[in-house]
Design a binder for this molecule. Structure first.
Ligand SMILES: [Zn+2]
Length: 308
């Protein structure tokens, strides 16, 4: 398959055809991925990132500026949500208002954000050159490559860990302020790129999550299960621009989070996310979807109140 270098978005027909044939191949790849990953996962580390952390700001204190802004002790459950709410606001304020030119990147021991792909800095100002990093298929990819626990970061905002994005502090320090992704209209079928403002959209998601968390009971609400899609840029059909989701390892998780469209993923894709972020991954879709939102927020603000 030779899909690399296809950059004519206007050629819809060939694109769609390619998409279909890709899906077949992709599924085969994914099957292999699954097996390989099971193997490698069982051999690899299993830090208790995410799920065991039970109170705000108790560990992972790798980000001093954010840690200091958190209210210190866990409160009784009654006031939990308002506490979290206000702590989130201050987190966001801290993150949003401080220009953060050179914050040291200090990955927590359990969060191996280690490699910063060279293209990140280059592609930041205009976000245009990222094209080359976003090829959906890599023709040079050897069949056995899926065995690796790390992958080439599919986006400038992704780490080389599967289903993992860089934290907000890092992204802002690299001036990655806009997150883009492919969507396709369900009506006119045009495929095009959309962008979200990282801070604004994350603020909205995080605020919603923290406000509603106590009433969600660890299940995604219907607005997440059946997300309202953006209107189509071309035919203006409402609720129609659906994120394009291809290979699992190339799912644009941050784009889905910001659009609050993670619910467009299949159960299988969500399980992939949970597996690689070391979350419990059985259960109904609403539970796994909830975990995906929570986990992604935590990836963005590791010291934030995004614990189960
Ligand atoms: Zn349309």
């Amino acid at each position: 398959m030779n899909n690399n270098g296809v950059n004519g978005r206007e050629d819809e027909i060939s694109r769609k055809r390619r998409h279909t044939s890709d899906e077949v191949t992709a599924f085969r790849d994914l099957e292999e991925d699954e097996e390989n990953e099971l193997l490698s996962l069982s051999l690899s580390f299993r830090p208790s990132r995410g799920r065991k952390v039970s109170s705000p700001g108790n560990s992972h204190s790798q980000q001093p500026s954010m840690t200091t802004s958190l209210p210190s002790p866990p409160r009784p459950p009654m006031s939990q949500s308002s506490v979290q709410q206000s702590s989130m606001s201050s987190i966001m304020q801290n993150l949003l208002r401080k220009p953060q030119p050179q914050l040291p990147l200090q990955p927590s021991p359990s969060h191996p954000i280690c490699s910063i792909p060279p293209f990140v800095t280059e592609s930041v100002p205009t976000l245009a050159p990222r094209q080359s990093t976003r090829t959906r298929r890599n023709p040079t990819q050897a069949p056995g490559e899926g065995k690796s626990d790390t992958i080439p970061a599919p986006y400038p905002w992704s780490t080389n860990q599967r289903a993992t994005v860089h934290n907000l502090e890092y992204l802002l320090s690299k001036r990655i302020l806009t997150i883009s992704g492919e969507v396709q209209c369900k009506r006119c079928e045009k495929q095009y790129e959309m962008e979200y403002d990282l801070r604004e959209r994350f603020d909205a998601v995080a605020t919603f999550l923290l406000e509603k968390k106590s009433t969600m009971h660890e299940r995604a609400p219907s607005v997440w299960m059946n997300p309202v899609l953006p209107s189509c840029r071309f035919c203006e059909q409402e609720n129609s621009a659906k994120p394009v989701i291809s290979k699992k390892r190339e799912i644009n998780w941050l784009f889905l989070l910001l659009g609050q469209t993670i619910g467009c993923c299949t159960l299988d894709q969500l399980k992939y996310f949970c597996k690689h972020t070391r979350n419990h991954r059985t259960g109904a879709k609403d539970r796994i979807l909830y975990l995906a939102y929570l986990t992604l927020c935590k990836q963005l603000v590791p010291t934030g109140p995004f614990n189960r």
